[in-house]
Write a protein that binds this ligand. Sequence first.
Ligand code: HSE
Length: 438
Amino acid sequence: MNDSNGSPTVRIGVLGCGNVGAALINIVRTRSDAVAQRTGIRLEIARVAVRNISAPRDVEVSDEILTRDAMDLVTDPDIDLVVESIGGIEPARELILAALAHGKPVVTANKELLANVGAELYKAADDAGRDLLFEAAVAAGIPFIRVLRESLYGEPITRILGIINGTTNYILTKMTDSVDSGGDADYGAALKDAQSLGYAERDPTADVEGYDAGAKAAIIATVAFGKKVVAGDVYHQGISEITASEIAIARRLGYVVKLLGIVERDPDTDDVSVRVHPTMVPDHHPLATVRDSFNAVFVEGDYVDSALFYGRGAGGAPTASAVFGDVIDAAMNLRAGTHGSVGALGKATIKPIDETSAEYLLGLDVADQSGVLHAVTGVFAEHGVSIRVAEQEGNGPDARLVFITHEAREKDVQATVRELNGLDVVLKVGGLIRVIGS
Ligand code: HSE
């Protein structure tokens, strides 16, 4: 079908009309003429599937194009392209498979889905000869997935470090600012602040315990290394145990604490390590300057050296911007009879966290008496963990020993922590914070 100027129309079916769906519908309507002028293709929102027809929504959608029957929408011969914005694994998975089987390209922002069953969906898209595009699933407004799929497709990527959760970056920024101005950097207050601004959910677990970043890290690892990595392969440690004391020490030593998603490939074995944990980032590293709810991704490769991508990782409009770019790409590919692909995916051998190495910061609440330092450092020595920095903070009941190790194996550090926990003079062992080199 052509519009009144003769431009062929691509009729879009949208699944879900929440934040992202509604923002996308608005952008398509606002930018449709501009897109038609530049691409010769007219985009039209043709049908929208919702759970509740009469629910209030952020965009005007006429009753004629609303439906509650999502399966009918994705199999409708009058729909050319499907945008999935309902989230979750089912029924999103079966709807996307049905859309592809009916020859429709699909655009999705659904990180949970891709981090669990992405490989099945990418294969279904290739089998159908149609696009499955998902720029918005990782770091929303930062066009990073396309960079991995296209510009860096041939690059032997060694490591990617990502600030890929805006809520935790906001909380850590507030805590760091508080420490820098002599405050007490209360985690609970920073979390409340993030909730009142709409960054953190009422139940913040997915963000603060690293699950959201972990799903994104699994998708990044899959695309970057061409291997099937799923959410269950990712090691997580969140930020809820981080205290002012650790942040203050990090600041004094020239670091800032960030929650990083890290994906790494061992160049010798090709094994992959995928993890999310609080990390001490040197002040001079570009990621140290990424504040508030912004996201950034830092790529290291053999030829490209390093490259940094920065922007909004969440929010209806930045997410819809990424979805819109994918919609235009998929519409042009559809008209041209072509499609993109993440390519064949191999099996990933995941390096267990125990086998990874880093420098570690570890804080211990201890009894303030002679011989404690000796007893504690003896445990480090016993497990072959060499100490780079040792400090005592506070006295008497507030005594705290803080150590930064030289590079050590996780397994040895965990054995050290277990044994320290058993010492009478150690009152509490704090959470580990790993340190990245520059
Ligand atoms: N809740 C996420 C964040 C955005 O805070 O970055 C959605 O992935």
